[in-house]
Ligand binder design. Sequence first.
Ligand SMILES: NC(=O)c1ccc[n+]([C@@H]2O[C@H](COP(=O)([O-])OP(=O)(O)OC[C@H]3O[C@@H](n4cnc5c(N)ncnc54)[C@H](OP(=O)(O)O)[C@@H]3O)[C@@H](O)[C@H]2O)c1
Length: 347
Amino acid sequence: MSQLPVTFDSLAIEHAGSPVSLRKKTVTALDEGEVLVRVDHASINKMDPGLAQRNLFQLPEPYVLGFDFSGEVVEVGTGAGASFAVGDQVFGGAERGGCFAEMAVVTAARIHKRGALPAAEASTYGVAFLTAYESLVIAADVRKDAGKWIYVAGAGGGVGHFAAQIARLYGLKVIASAGKADSLRLLHDLKLDAVIDYSKQDVVAEVMRLTGGKGAELVYDSTYSQSSFERSAACVAAGGEYIRLGTPLQLQRVEAGDVTAVVEARGAKMVIGDLGRYQVDPQFEARMPEVMEGLQRAIDWYEQGKLRPVITQTVPFEAAALQTAFVDFLRGTNNVGKVVVKCRRDG
Ligand SMILES: NC(=O)c1ccc[n+]([C@@H]2O[C@H](COP(=O)([O-])OP(=O)(O)OC[C@H]3O[C@@H](n4cnc5c(N)ncnc54)[C@H](OP(=O)(O)O)[C@@H]3O)[C@@H](O)[C@H]2O)c1
């Protein structure tokens, strides 16, 4: 029996710039290939507080943010029935947001059954994990780099803490940096090869010391920060690869410059990682199944105890609580590991 139409609570943005508010939302029908899920948890990514202020994706107002989730399938649209059935526990991404709600419409091609992953942890993979996976495994293919040094900047953040763990999994020696005390603690807990406090230490000198003066053969920088980009560019070894998260347009928006010339002058190669391009560029769209394989790997690695998200805060399903979490994210005070929202109120 169809559940549609269905009306449920959502934590919405009425107009770009307005605070989060509790609003009813109704779904009347599913399009081809879509699935309706009862959301269990959704995670906060840096783009959520940003889009709450500026609606760069031109989502129809009022709009609901939240681009990854875990939840239960409650309705399956035509064309999605081969992969999913009502009652399946799933996780993944939602290109147009909508996950800070009791229910969300998602695309079957962007979700996966969640296996042994707990619901809260599962909600952190659709954006942050897949971004790190795409950058390191698909764009740079670090599977070939066992035994090499990688310097990971922003390693205490959502993307960065997954990237550090993925690199270690493929046998790389990981030097990670952070500035906040909580981020540094997270990195020490991960027991990586070396941790640098960029707020107190000279990152470049430390990376050079640890690598015997050569620099790191790989560098991954997901900070979107010019000061970090400059330090990272100076850390890469001749013949190495600098993997930068973000397209030139994204960097322009945060007023960060391009350090490609510096990287190339050091005899290294610039590699671009970007999950967003798989939604807009047909060349990359065709390779989305390769990226989605990452979710099965994530389940396997979780079961083997090799990679886990670190959840540092769980936000209740309340407008004021989500608004506070957004403000803290923009201030950079709570963005350590992953912050999740518990959207399901009855369990
Ligand atoms: N293009 C894509 O496909 C894509 C996908 C996902 C995310 N993103 C973007 O990637 C960025 C990172 O995402 P995220 O979820 O990991 O964000 P996050 O959780 O806020 O992590 C950012 C990290 O950067 C560190 N950082 C901030 N300023 C720094 C500086 N000047 N030097 C060194 N480190 C610095 C922070 O550590 P401390 O606080 O310890 O300094 C923090 O751990 C965001 O801008 C996001 O929008 C892009």
